[in-house]
Write a protein that binds this ligand. Sequence first.
Ligand code: B12
Ligand code: SF4
Length: 604
Amino acid sequence: MLAGAGALEDPKPEATIILRKVVSFAQFSAGQVGESIFEGVRRLERSRIGSRCTGEYHRAKPIHVRRPPSFLEKRLMNALLIYPEFPETYWSFKHALKFVGKRAAQPPLGLMTVAALLPCAWKKRLVDTNVERLRDRDLAWADVVMLSGMHIQCESLLAIVERCRARGLRTVVGGPITSSVPAAELKADHVVIGEAESLIADLAQELEEGTARPVYQADERPEMAASPLPDLSLIKMKRYSTMTVQYSRGCPFNCEFCDIIEIYGRRPRTKAVAQVLAELDQLRAARWREAVFIVDDNFIGNKARAKELLRALVEWRTQIGAGFDFITEASLNLADDTELMQLMKDAGFKSVFLGIETPDESGLVASNKLQNTRRSLLESVARIQSYGIEVMGGFILGFDTDKEDIFDRMVEFIEKSGIPIAMVGLLQAMPGTQLFRRLRSEGRIVDAGGGNNTFCDRLNFLPRMDAAKLVEGYREVMKRIYNCEAYYERVKLYLNRAHPKPAKRAAGATSRPRPQSEPWMTRSNLRALVHSIIRQGVFGPHQWSYWKFLAEAATRYRRCFGAAMTLAVMGYHFQVMTNRLSAEGNSREASAMPPSPPAQIAVS
Ligand code: B12
Ligand code: SF4
């Protein structure tokens, strides 16, 4: 299992860095929790040191090796890391999160990683405005404010930058937004484009010396060995429904509309297995037992490496007992590899997000999504579901190849797919993508867009189809697929495939006994159920459909009651958002968008 032993240059600085990280991590962790985390991490450090010495953990000398602290470092710079607020969209899951008493789906892993890369002598605080308020006293404490974000968070990010500027506070902006929005528009003192691992040491030093440059551009994509254990001590863990761990960055495919490959490249770079296990152990030491999202662009971008991690995860989960279900993102060719699907099932993967995009093969070919062509998409989805893995699907309307029948075809496909969570969006030409470049050369780009392609009724390019028809068709598709009855039908189809009755399962070629038994009802499921009954069953607009579904969940699907109720709760969010999309015409999103499109495509 261990590889690359010869590449390790000098294990001693490694050990020093990790010990420093562990100590600073423990210092930041409060009271008893800190003590137990420290103990846990120490144990895991001891247990992994052997494998690291053979080159498994950090094969190359990490780029963030720091010189001894300078005089200025000893003055302890206070860095306030801030994550701007997301607008309410399908992806915010806001209305479902309320059911389980959570405020956001995931923590800002980018900022937690940046925090771990900053000099140990700096003091750090993190405010995620999705789960807490940014107070004036936080700003008063800071010497420098470091923000991260996606394009879609632009409005909130700009407001925070403005607030900092008004106080004369130095600001640094990084994260994916810097690849989509020009540095000057971000109004920050310093903008960092690309991944932080290779340039943070220079940035930190120049901030200390007061010589930091306006723009830093990472000129290389760092190996993932250089990525540290994210600083978990900075977040309010209980406010999130899912924790995140990243195994790889980049994707080998070449879809025309994709900005992943522009930002993170086409060569999948993976962490060492031991790095990932250390992150999971860190979560476990902090008493996390719930879902973990492996936030890779494409988890199976390098199938051999994915399998290597999965084998280790199977073993790790067996050792720790219950908990830790995984979610990830992958390409549809997952369906071609039975070993991979079985390993994912055994390792506790409960759902996977797949970019399916369109049932129209000509659209797939034109957008270079060739891995989805020459196959039955429906069969591929069903095969993955048969491993007990829920498929969440990404779909796009607005390809040049789309004809007027695309809306019906899309609805029909989604109905047959048994994909409950179907993220259908309007095509967006994101700056920096091949699509953006092509449309610009054809004179069809209107503006940079808002970074959001779901819950959005504006286009940033001139489509082939009449724009008003396209947007109207999109709204209709959303209404039809999130109609209560249609949604519950899809959930049942999925449950039948993923959790067949035991007799049926014995006949299936692919199923093996589950490595761990699933609890019928966990505490958070119970809480969700109570809230769901009140909101959906007592006060909801579709009480009859809801009670019918609940009755079926408790009888025909009692073996997977938890999964059924989780999906009922998720459905509530999608129904609320869809009602808003059709009734209000997405007014909030429209106001968050940058420049208005010209009259000919101002479609809302
Ligand atoms: C997990 C995830 C989510 C989670 C939310 C996670 C969260 N809390 O932020 C969910 C699933 C909810 C989500 C939703 C969306 N997402 Co998303 N998501 C991701 C994903 C897969 C991983 C994010 C992550 O944790 N990365 C790991 C960290 C370590 O990487 P990082 O953030 O890039 O940080 C590094 C550098 O950027 C840099 N850095 C980051 N911040 C800072 C700050 C400073 C000061 C410095 C110096 C450096 C720095 O250093 C870090 C280490 O190298 C990324 C893809 C990716 N590879 O990142 C997409 C991605 C961020 N999402 C994206 C998009 C478009 C969305 C949606 C808008 C989807 C949609 N179609 O509508 C929604 C928006 C949410 C909403 N409410 O509407 C885009 C953003 C593109 C852009 N240019 O802004 C990405 C890049 C995927 C893509 N298609 O390109 N997403
Ligand atoms: S498969 Fe997904 S991540 Fe990979 S290039 Fe295509 S859209 Fe991008």
